[in-house]
Unconditional design. Structure first.
Length: 81
């Protein structure tokens, strides 16, 4: 009985997992929703200069080379007192 219980548990988990993957079939008739992702990046004061700009521009250049199908907008906020 000790050997049969893990086998039955494993088989039942495999069957349950296969039902979830069948529900996520990408060939369904509905289209994927359009998504807007907003990311706020906080940098330390006086630490977000040229090095940060260089890595961000390299990230965008890599996306452009890969023809990644997204749009990217970067903005900088100004705080006035």
């Amino acid at each position: 009985m000790k050997v049969i219980s893990p086998v039955i548990l494993g088989l039942s988990l495999a069957v349950a997992g296969s039902t979830f993957t069948a529900a996520q079939d990408a060939s369904s008739t509905s289209t994927l929703p359009k998504i807007l992702q907003i990311t706020i990046e906080y940098t330390k004061p006086y630490k977000g200069g040229a090095a940060h700009d260089k890595t961000e521009s390299a990230f965008i250049a890599a996306q452009a080379r890969a023809k990644f199908p997204v749009y990217y907008i970067a903005t900088t906020g100004l705080i006035t007192a």
